[in-house]
Design a protein around this ligand. Sequence first.
Ligand SMILES: NC(=O)c1ccc[n+]([C@@H]2O[C@H](COP(=O)([O-])OP(=O)(O)OC[C@H]3O[C@@H](n4cnc5c(N)ncnc54)[C@H](O)[C@@H]3O)[C@@H](O)[C@H]2O)c1
Length: 318
Amino acid sequence: MRILVTGGAGFIGFYLAKKLSEKDEVVVVDNLSDYYDVKLKEARLEQIKDRVEFHKIDISDLSSLKKIFEKYEFDLICHIAAQAGVRYSLINPWIYEKSNILGTLNIFELTKKFNIKKVIYASSSSVYGGNKKVPFSEEDKVDKPISLYAATKIDNELMAHTYHYLYKIDMIGLRYFTVYGPFGRPDMAMFKFTKNIFEDKPIEVYNFGNMKRDFTYIDDIIDGTIKAINFCLNNNDICEIINLGNSKPIELNYFIKLLEKEIGKEAKKNLLSLQPGDVLETYADITKAKKILGWEPKTEIEEGVKKFVEWYRDYYGK
Ligand SMILES: NC(=O)c1ccc[n+]([C@@H]2O[C@H](COP(=O)([O-])OP(=O)(O)OC[C@H]3O[C@@H](n4cnc5c(N)ncnc54)[C@H](O)[C@@H]3O)[C@@H](O)[C@H]2O)c1
């Protein structure tokens, strides 16, 4: 099979491209955006450069993207690229519109034009917004986003349904819940906290630590994504949205304690109020993923934090 992975220099896209390239021909597109340290993206690409074909392309640029679809005949699209991050969407909402809405529209349009019938795309737990009922189920209403990032992800899900209805493209949207692990994103809490604790700098603890996140380890996310791909390939006329989360929310304060234990140092804490756009708790109902994909996360937070800190120590020579 020939597979397009968008965002393959990013955290999740890199691991997905790596795994898929064990068996399939993988083409990666990524614009290497400088939202966070580009060196990290280059280092990820370095690891897979002999296994995938990489093209530096912005998915909001339709004509460049079209050339990729002309060059290769894809069997499947894994659309993982996006401008990620809730907080940055309050600062630069335009880039979310460009990469997440226009970029996704371009991907779906070219998928239609080149008669490709299978798409997996990355959605997010952010779509649940300020929903109070936990755990979050795919059946819940998601019409009240509280950040522009979340609004673009809801938009992607709506577009996916439209392309499925009109053009019979099989679509699976994966709502990822706070993904973490080695080579993770520097804008996310685990990375930022680890860096600051190592460097004796204070960490910013929002809502005074009274928040919960359903931290999900990268290997489990890749396992779930591969299972979703196989489900998509083996079924016809499907348009699904599936939660991929650990289904075990972790208190921020407990998570900080774990980091302190692994790093062997106490964190200096700067206690702050809840940030606009942030939700108090994320918690995945994974009944659907268990039922239709046979997926279950395996990594406990204690083990995952250990692996992340080990990687950080090694990578940054701490
Ligand atoms: N990491 C998480 O906790 C999490 C949670 C929910 C959803 N997601 C979603 O999963 C996907 C992957 O997230 P990630 O954590 O790997 O983020 P990431 O930022 O590490 O990866 C995204 C990649 O997309 C690329 N990209 C951005 N805009 C682009 C554009 N216009 N054209 C081409 N490439 C572009 C970036 O350069 C980056 O390498 C995203 O869609 C994100 O919204 C991630």
